[in-house]
Design a binder for this molecule. Structure first.
Ligand code: IPD
Length: 260
C-alpha cells in the first residue's frame, strides 16, 4: 500500500506544480453544462497523473473525471479528479485540489488530496489514520450544532434539487456558527478531517469528487453516511460527513425536509 501511496503523492505533486504554473495564464474554457467548466489545465493535469499511474501500475483500472474509465479489469481502481474546484481555478480563487483515491475490490484503501496553492498534502491509508503534510489530523470535538462551522456545495443545474440545496443551507445557517460554500468538495472533506469544519453535506457529487475525501474523514475519526444516515456509496452522489458527535443533530435537521 505504501508504494501505491507514494505513486499517488508523486503524481499529485507533479500535477500541482503544473496547475500552479498555469494559474496566472489565460486558459481555454469549455462548458460541460451551464456553469460546469473544464479547462485545458484540467486535461493537462489529468494527463500528468495518468502517465504516472500507468507507468507504475499498468494493469490497474482507472476512472478519471475528464477521460472516463479505462477498460482494464483489475481488483485495483484509481479514481482521479485532476482539479476539484475548477470554477475556483478559472477565477484564480485559491481553493482547489487534486484528488486521487485508490480502491481495492471497490473499497477505498488509499487517499491523496493535494492543495497545491497552500502546499497541503492530505493522505490516508485505510486503518492507518489521516495525515496532513505527514502529521496526524483528527476531526473536531465540537459537540453542539449551535457551535459548529459547516460547509456545503450546490448542484450546478438549477431545478428542484438546487432549491432543496438552498433550503438546507438556510436550515443549517440559522442553527450554527455558519455555513461555507468553498467550491471544492474534496477539500471541504479534508477540512472536516482536519477539524477546520465540523461537518459537510452535498448531493449530486461524482465519485471523483468524494472518493479520497471520504476515506480521509473516516481515518480522522469522523462519520460518513448519506443524507438519511444510511451507508454512503460513491455512486449515490450524496454525502453527509461530520465529526461523529454532530451526526445525529445534522440528520435531524435534514429529516425535516427529505431530499425526494
Ligand atoms: C465540483 C466541486 C464543487 C461541487 C460540485 C463539483 P469540479 O467539482 O467539488 O464544490 O459543488 O458539485 O462538481 O467540477 O470542480 O471538479
Amino acid at each position: 500500500m505504501e508504494t501505491i501511496l507514494k505513486t499517488a503523492e508523486a503524481a499529485a505533486r507533479k500535477a500541482g506544480a503544473y496547475i500552479v504554473e498555469a494559474l496566472s495564464e489565460l486558459r481555454q474554457v469549455d462548458y460541460k453544462g451551464r456553469v460546469d467548466m473544464v479547462t485545458d489545465v484540467d486535461r493537462g493535469s489529468e494527463a500528468i497523473i495518468l502517465d504516472c499511474v500507468r507507468e507504475a501500475w499498468p494493469e490497474h483500472a482507472i476512472l478519471a473525471e475528464e477521460t472516463g474509465a479505462n477498460q482494464l479489469r483489475s481488483d485495483w481502481r484509481w479514481i482521479i479528479d485532476p482539479i476539484d474546484g475548477t470554477t475556483n481555478f478559472v477565477h484564480g480563487y485559491p481553493f482547489f485540489c487534486i484528488s486521487i483515491a485508490v480502491q481495492y475490490r471497490r473499497q477505498t484503501v488509499v487517499a491523496v488530496v493535494y492543495d497545491p496553492v497552500h502546499d497541503e498534502m492530505f493522505t490516508a491509508v485505510r486503518g492507518q489514520g489521516a495525515l496532513l503534510n505527514g502529521k496526524v489530523i483528527q476531526v473536531s470535538q465540537t459537540a453542539e450544532l449551535s457551535k459548529a462551522l459547516l460547509a456545503t456545495g450546490f448542484p450546478y443545474e438549477l431545478g428542484d434539487r438546487w432549491h432543496r440545496a438552498m433550503d438546507y443551507f438556510k436550515l443549517f445557517y440559522y442553527r450554527t456558527h455558519g455555513v461555507r460554500r468553498d467550491g471544492a468538495a474534496a477539500l471541504d472533506l479534508c477540512y472536516v478531517a482536519a477539524g477546520r469544519f465540523d461537518g459537510f453535506w452535498e448531493f449530486d457529487l461524482k465519485p471523483w469528487d468524494v472518493a479520497a475525501g471520504l476515506l480521509l474523514v473516516e481515518e480522522a475519526g469522523g462519520r460518513v453516511s448519506d443524507l438519511k444516515g444510511n451507508p454512503s456509496g460513491l455512486d449515490d452522489g450524496q454525502v453527509l460527513v461530520s465529526n461523529g458527535g454532530l451526526h445525529a443533530q445534522m440528520l435531524e435537521v435534514l429529516s425535516g425536509l427529505p431530499l425526494e
